[in-house]
Design a protein around this ligand. Structure first.
Ligand code: R5P
Length: 310
């Protein structure tokens, strides 16, 4: 087995390879003056099982293209099989036709990755589980729930906890966490009047006098979470902690979080935000590297990945 890192999250790739006690494949990935991408693999990988690690985070199109070219280079170098490890799968939110004449971008991206030559996908907290069906190759979707549950059990002494889903789409994920930490469940009825804007309509469940744990797959502009925190506080919640897998943190999100009533935002490193969140004591990062390394190990040894979550 060998590991190849794209350039979107080299920190995470290094951490994963360290866990696996493997060196990253020696590559030359650069941009031509016009922005085109050049990939060269500087070592023999003939007959190897290769895991390419690349989040398709911002700049999403460049990082996606880089992933496709890495897969193509590996295929043309006679790798035995190629697993695309995509910690953050960009375009996953466009998973259906939201209006009569829109594209289903997640499906287009899935086709591109398969056609480039990937034999398997590994990703984390896919925005919608059904995206697995957009691929005709195996997809291992890893979950952060056990990671978050362990953190909460270690750090939160209070029993007065309620897990809150910031929208109806996140109920299954939130219920999973609530069950693991033996907390109550509440649901926010969120409405999106237009893309990028969100409004809280109702809170279903009892949050008065409780410490709330919001859990979501993505924080992007921060609108969903900040509105949810405001609404929970208005309903009498004590402190609100937020657990997010993919910290997209676009635009002014980091500043908005700093000024918000969020007690603490806990994110993972599926996207490298080291510079963005520097000196921000409100945001803490839990690494996904040990979980990803273990999943890669299990795939390589043909042992169960789902057992990791039982
Ligand atoms: C939506 O369904 C996702 O789970 C997130 O809640 C959403 O993408 C967050 O976006 P924003 O931070 O821009 O409100």
């Amino acid at each position: 087995m060998k590991i190849l890192s794209g350039t979107s999250n080299q920190r995470l790739s290094k951490d994963i390879s360290k866990q696996l006690k493997l060196k990253l494949i020696n590559t030359n990935i650069k941009r031509f003056a016009d922005g085109e991408i050049y990939i060269e693999i500087n070592e023999n990988i003939r007959g190897n099982s290769v895991f390419v690690i690349q989040s398709t985070s911002t700049p999403a199109n460049d990082n996606l293209m880089e992933l496709l070219l890495c897969i193509d280079a590996l295929r043309r170098s006679s790798a035995k099989n190629i697993t695309a490890v995509i910690p953050y799968f960009g375009y996953a939110r466009q998973d259906r036709k939201v209006a009569p004449r829109t594209s289903i971008s997640a499906k287009v991206v899935s086709n591109l990755i398969t056609n480039a030559g990937a034999n398997r996908i590994v990703t984390v907290d896919l925005h919608a589980g059904q995206i697995q069906g957009f691929f005709d190759i195996p997809v291992d979707n890893l979950f952060t729930t056990p990671l978050f549950a362990r953190y909460i059990k270690r750090k939160f002494k209070t029993k007065n906890l309620v897990c809150v889903s910031p929208d109806v789409g996140g109920v299954q994920r939130t219920r999973g966490l609530a069950t693991k930490i033996k907390a109550d469940l509440a649901i926010i009825d969120k409405r999106r009047p237009e893309p990028g804007k969100s409004e809280v309509m109702n809170i279903i469940g009892d949050v008065k006098g409780k410490n709330c744990i919001i859990v979501d797959d993505i924080i992007d502009s921060g609108g969903t979470i900040i509105n949810a925190v405001e609404a929970l506080k208005k309903e009498g919640a004590i402190d609100v902690f937020v657990f997010i897998t993919h910290a997209v943190l676009s635009g002014e999100a980091v500043d908005k979080i700093k000024k918000s009533k969020i007690k603490k935002l806990i994110i993972t490193d599926t996207i490298d935000n080291t510079l963005k969140i520097k000196n921000n004591s409100k945001i803490e990062v839990i690494s996904i590297a040990p979980l990803m390394a273990e999943a890669i190990n299990r795939i390589s040894n043909s042992t169960s990945v789902s057992d990791l979550f039982n």
